[in-house]
Each structure stands twice: as structure tokens, then as C-alpha cells.
Design a protein around this ligand. Structure first.
Ligand SMILES: CC(C)(COP(=O)(O)OP(=O)(O)OC[C@H]1O[C@@H](n2cnc3c(N)ncnc32)[C@H](O)[C@@H]1OP(=O)(O)O)[C@@H](O)C(=O)NCCC(=O)NCCS
Length: 182
């Protein structure tokens, strides 16, 4: 991990089972910060730290490679962001027109920590994690109305597909963004 630049006072490392609760807190809080006004409010309010922590506990213990999760932590050891990666969930993106080998499943960073290079560090962690496991390209899904779309374009991603999903009873468009030769 030494080859990845991280802002001073921060570190980037692989997540461990003991991080489940802290990752779940970032996950729920960042969902609420990011999707206010986009995802129905009652759905965001219904998110549970405990349920999310149980799910992270299971994933961190059981998910086989190439699944991986990286976290960024501050000098006091507080986890403020994470990214998790693995094999493509979209079968259609692995054959025919596309040949994606890796996917970023989620990347979230607390608002108070954004804008200082930690998002770039997480993206580089994801790239490193996939590349070191033999995957040389990747994609992810982002909600159409999420400002992060511009961040991904800035990071060299190219939008290539769209689908609709339902969250909390609302129909929302999602955009797939791909990176070649990571
Ligand atoms: C997306 C996210 C991880 C980016 O993290 P960040 O720490 O704010 O980004 P950085 O400070 O590392 O920015 C890196 C570069 O991207 C640029 N950038 C950051 N956010 C941007 C945006 N919304 N649009 C365009 N460029 C952006 C920065 O200006 C910087 O550029 P430079 O290094 O060339 O000067 C973070 O904003 C986040 O967690 N957002 C909320 C959660 C979310 O939407 N997750 C994605 C779900 S699909």
C-alpha cells in the first residue's frame, strides 16, 4: 500500500473484521448525507447502524477473494471512508460487447473529510486491489443525480450504460461508468 499517496495524517489500509461497526456508521451516515433529496427520506431514516454492521461483519468474515475492502482512517484511528471491490455482479458486462473484470461496489467518505484527496486515495486503493488480483479494468454504478458522477469523469471514467432501480418505492436511474487499463 506504500505506493498509494494518502493525505498527511491519514492512512489507507485493508479493512479487518473488527472494523464492521465503524464502516457501517460511515455507510449509513454517508448515504444520508449523499442521497438527501434523491432517495426518499423515510428510506434514509429507516437505515439501521446495527443491521448494516451485521452485514459488514458477515462480508468481512466470509466474502472470498477477489472481494476486498479498504478504509481510510485519521490519525486517531477513526474510520471516515471505505471502498469495496470484487468481481463484476453484472454478467452482461463480462461478455460480448464488454469484458469488465472488476467492480467497485461502494465508495463512501464522510462529507467533513471530502475535498482533501481521500477520494482519490480510495479510488487508487480500489485500482491497486483489483490490479494486484489480475483485474485490469473496472466499472461501477452511480445514481444519475449524484454529483459524484463528475468526480468519476475527472478520475478518467467513461459512462457506458444505464438501468433503473427502485429505492424506497422511488424509481431511480443509475449510470455505469467504466475504466480501462487501471
Ligand atoms: C466521491 C468521493 C469519494 C470523492 O472524494 P473526495 O475526497 O471529495 O475527492 P478528492 O478530494 O480526492 O478529489 C480528487 C479530485 O477529484 C475532484 N473532484 C472531487 N469531487 C468532484 C466532483 N463532485 N466533481 C468533479 N470533480 C471532483 C477534485 O477537485 C480533485 O481534483 P484534483 O486532484 O485533480 O485537483 C466523495 O465525495 C464521497 O464520498 N461522496 C459521497 C458518497 C458518494 O457519492 N459515493 C459514490 C456512490 S456511487
Amino acid at each position: 500500500m506504500n505506493q498509494i499517496n494518502v493525505p498527511q495524517g491519514w492512512s489507507l489500509r485493508l479493512a479487518a473484521a473488527a472494523d464492521a461497526k465503524a464502516i457501517a456508521r460511515v455507510h449509513v451516515d454517508s448515504w444520508r448525507e449523499t442521497y438527501a433529496g434523491l432517495v426518499p427520506d423515510d428510506y434514509l431514516q429507516s437505515l439501521s447502524y446495527e443491521k448494516r454492521a451485521a452485514s459488514w461483519r458477515r462480508m468481512l468474515a466470509d466474502e472470498p477473494a477477489p472481494w476486498r475492502c479498504y478504509v481510510v482512517q485519521d490519525a486517531a484511528g477513526g474510520i471516515k471512508g471505505f471502498v469495496n471491490i470484487g468481481a463484476p455482479r453484472e454478467e452482461d458486462f463480462c461478455r460480448g460487447e464488454y469484458s469488465y473484470k472488476g467492480e467497485i461496489y461502494a465508495i463512501y467518505l464522510m462529507k467533513e473529510c471530502q475535498g482533501q484527496g481521500l477520494g482519490r486515495a480510495l479510488m487508487n486503493g480500489a485500482r491497486h486491489g483489483l490490479k494486484s488480483q489480475g483485474m485490469d479494468n473496472m466499472y461501477l454504478w452511480v445514481l444519475q443525480g449524484n454529483a459524484t458522477r463528475a468526480f468519476y469523469r475527472h478520475m478518467g471514467g467513461v459512462e457506458f450504460a444505464e438501468k433503473t432501480l427502485e429505492i424506497g418505492g422511488r424509481s431511480l436511474a443509475e449510470i455505469a461508468i467504466g475504466w480501462e487499463n487501471i
